[in-house]
Design a protein around this ligand. Structure first.
Ligand SMILES: *Cc1c(COP(=O)(O)O)cnc(C)c1O
Length: 228
């Protein structure tokens, strides 16, 4: 087996086992392959093995790969910082954006989404541990953003995305993910029809799934170390 197959099988096994432990069906969590700083050839390799959803956090790099891979039936997720001067390209070239944290960006994404395309799938990014250096809205802002998204024609609100603070303390990891899940439930209680809780990366996917993640974003453990 080559490295790509080995890594994919291992990640899939980890996800399955975490699902079982959490009492979810083994296919209850979607795998998003984060190909940032890996070339298109590696994406083709993973796609041949059945992976369809890919995440990128740098717009130029993503657009370049999308051109190279235009023949493949891939689903692209933008997971990087959403600057307002990039919203048009994001609205035109991605099926999902997981990193929306401001009203201005949300409004622009809706108005710039081409009518010929399905509404843009959006996850709001919450800065759950209120870290000053990180993107993401506060929980209070998330409630307002969700209400705004609800009224926008070309936006389909799917849920939340979070990148909790880095800590070696397992209890703290659980606590962060639990807070995101609680906010997700609050949105549902408010009547939002959402289905996606995007949390968990290479190092903490098991903890995230145990706290209710429905989508894990995996880079390193699928592709190997990133090229600099
Ligand atoms: C890079 C990145 C990931 C993947 O991280 P790994 O630790 O390599 O699995 C997930 N989410 C976001 C938003 C990222 O930027």
């Amino acid at each position: 087996m080559n490295d790509a197959i080995k890594r994919l099988k291992l990640v899939q096994k980890r996800i399955e086992q975490a699902c079982l432990a959490a009492g979810k069906p083994p296919d209850g969590v979607t795998l998003l392959a984060v190909g940032k700083r890996h070339n298109a050839v590696k994406i083709i390799e993973l796609n041949k093995l059945g992976v369809r959803s890919f995440g990128e956090n740098q717009l130029q790099e993503a657009l370049h790969k999308q051109q190279e891979l235009a023949d493949l039936d891939l689903q692209w997720h933008f997971i990087g910082t959403c600057q307002s001067n990039k919203t048009r390209a994001i609205a035109e070239n991605f099926q999902w954006v997981q990193s929306v944290d401001r009203q201005k960006v949300l409004n622009r994404l809706s108005s710039q989404r081409p009518d010929s395309l399905q509404p843009l799938n959006v996850c709001l990014q919450v800065n759950i541990d209120q870290e000053p250096q990180k993107s993401g809205a506060t929980p209070e802002e998330i409630l307002q953003l969700a209400a705004l998204a609800h009224g926008l024609d070309n936006i389909r609100l799917r849920g939340l995305m979070a990148i909790p603070r880095v800590t070696g303390n397992l209890n703290e990891q659980h606590e962060s993910f639990r807070k995101v899940k609680a906010l997700f439930e609050t949105l549902k209680d408010e009547g939002h029809d959402i289905d996606t809780l995007s949390m968990g990366m290479s190092s903490d996917l098991e903890v995230a799934i145990s706290e209710g993640s429905t989508m894990v974003r995996i880079g390193t453990d699928l592709f190997g170390p990133r090229e600099s």
